[in-house]
Unconditional design. Structure first.
Length: 192
């Protein structure tokens, strides 16, 4: 599944086990393969898991969160990240046409000003690591400062996750075809 074998319970040291138990108790769910990879550095894992959980469940609304994650996963050429979040995106009500356009690396025709601004901010960040004055002013008008800050955070965090997935060569589950295939190797922010 990955270059670095996933830690098994019987291989974990006390500190790693404590972080796993904390995650189970605090977040009420089992660690995922990406979580187990972070677990190689337990103190870092706890910080990443806490921050990731906050971003994933406590900011923006579900539709905006999942839209930002799909945009980021596609821009980072991470079919694994895309695959993991596609069911959540559908559950959040993101239409199939938007999903298809994103998979094809095209800007969807949004009917919602907030989603259109969200897309432009995400793409600006992913391409240039900054946001143009025009996109900033528009997003402040339609999203507001709180959601703008949260959007920057979630975009950056899922770049980090795409890097983890790429660095350790996570694979899609057996029999799952990637939603997109690019000729070039995965690239992150700053490259088009």
């Amino acid at each position: 599944m990955t270059r670095l074998p996933l830690l098994q319970w019987n291989e974990m040291n006390e500190e790693q086990r404590e972080v796993v138990e904390w995650f189970r108790a605090e977040k009420g769910r089992e660690p995922q393969p990406t979580h187990l990879t972070w677990m190689r550095s337990p103190a870092l894992a706890k910080q990443v898991l806490e921050f990731g959980h906050h971003l994933r469940y406590e900011i923006l609304d579900a539709r905006k969160r999942e839209l930002a994650i799909l945009i980021t996963g596609r821009a980072c050429k991470s079919p694994v990240e895309w695959h993991l979040h596609l069911p959540h995106a559908r559950k959040a009500g993101i239409e199939e046409q938007i999903i298809s356009d994103l998979a094809a690396n095209k800007k969807p025709q949004f009917t919602n000003d907030q989603e259109d601004a969200l897309y432009d901010v995400c793409m600006n960040l992913l391409k240039d690591l900054s946001v143009s004055d025009e996109n900033y002013e528009r997003s402040m008008r339609v999203l507001g400062p709180k959601e703008y800050v949260e959007l920057v955070a979630i975009t950056g965090f899922y770049v980090l996750m795409a890097m983890l997935i790429g660095a350790f060569n996570f694979k899609l589950p057996e029999g799952v075809e990637p939603a997109f295939v690019d000729d070039a190797p995965p690239r992150g922010p700053g490259h088009s």
